[in-house]
Design a protein around this ligand. Structure first.
Ligand SMILES: Cc1cc2nc3c(=O)[nH]c(=O)nc-3n(C[C@H](O)[C@H](O)[C@H](O)COP(=O)(O)O)c2cc1C
Length: 255
């Protein structure tokens, strides 16, 4: 089974592509689906998730607390990130035995800090990731172990162990969320939230204090009516939307 966490669809696409190529199934990690997992000695356990502040999303860390793995199981993890994973996969390796760990560079969705890439740049990343996924699938199908290929970036220790901690302590607040007059109260934001952190009342969303910062609510709002402070106003929106045909066409490129 491949377990995945995803806000804007990059990790979901990666998990589903891997599942197709390795003849496996996927389960999305959300508050509703979170339950203890036992991995038997003949099982395959895959984990796919986005990097948040060079570290793991809190929900993935919480999910792993209740995963027990029998000796002999084949385990791997793939993270998706805009550019650098830092030492996130080291943190993961310290928590569970992993035969393979890989990172995939994908379009960056962190619009609290950056503008989204234009569609051509985003597609170029996805095409290169698609090529890489075939190599990763081949390694998984061959049950290769000792595979590590992660874009760690510069100063990974400081970024992960200081930046990551500061992010979890100070940057995950729900307070800066707000909806504009364009909001129709459709409730999609509440539906896509992995922690059921959003309540829609009187045609307006309200955020509780269990935010992962996946930004699904902002990116997936059909009216672009959700902002996080002032910083997301001019940074665009991103949801994975590429078709198989777009991805496969000329997919031998590197980013
Ligand atoms: C809160 C947050 C923090 C992020 N931090 C990083 C980071 O440290 N390094 C990086 O390369 N990308 C970072 N990103 C970008 C995402 O990891 C990347 O876009 C990922 O593919 C999104 O996956 P998803 O579409 O499955 O949610 C961050 C995104 C968010 C929302």
């Amino acid at each position: 089974m491949i377990y995945y966490f995803s806000g804007t669809g990059n990790s979901e696409w990666a998990a589903k592509t891997l599942a197709q190529q390795t003849n496996d199934r996927v389960t999305r990690i959300t508050k509703q689906t979170m339950r203890p997992v036992s991995v038997g000695k003949n099982d395959v356990f895959g984990l796919v998730f986005p990097i948040y502040a060079w570290s793991l999303p809190q929900m993935v860390s919480d999910f792993l607390k209740d995963v027990s793995i029998e000796h002999g199981a084949y385990c791997y993890a793939v993270c998706t990130c805009g550019a650098q994973a830092g030492y996130a996969m080291r943190i993961l390796r310290a928590r569970m035995p992993l035969d393979g760990v890989w990172s995939l560079i994908m379009p960056d969705n962190y619009i609290v800090a950056y503008k989204v890439e234009d569609d051509d740049a985003a597609l170029a990343k996805v095409r290169a990731a698609n090529v890489r996924l075939r190599e990763i699938s081949a390694a998984i199908n061959a049950r290769e172990s000792g595979c590590t290929d992660v874009q760690v970036g510069r100063f990974p220790f400081v970024k992960t162990f200081i930046g990551g901690r500061l992010f979890n302590k100070y940057a995950r607040s729900s307070k800066p969320f707000r909806s504009s007059y364009d909001c129709t109260g459709c409730g999609l934001c509440a539906k896509v939230c992995p922690t059921q952190n959003i309540l829609v009342a009187e045609d307006m969303p309200f955020w509780n204090d269990d935010c992962q910062q996946c930004l699904a609510c902002i990116h997936r709002c059909p009216k672009k009516a959700i902002e996080y402070g002032r910083s997301t106003e001019k940074h665009g929106r991103y949801v994975f939307h590429f078709t198989k045909e777009q991805i496969e066409e000329g997919s031998d490129g590197e980013v």
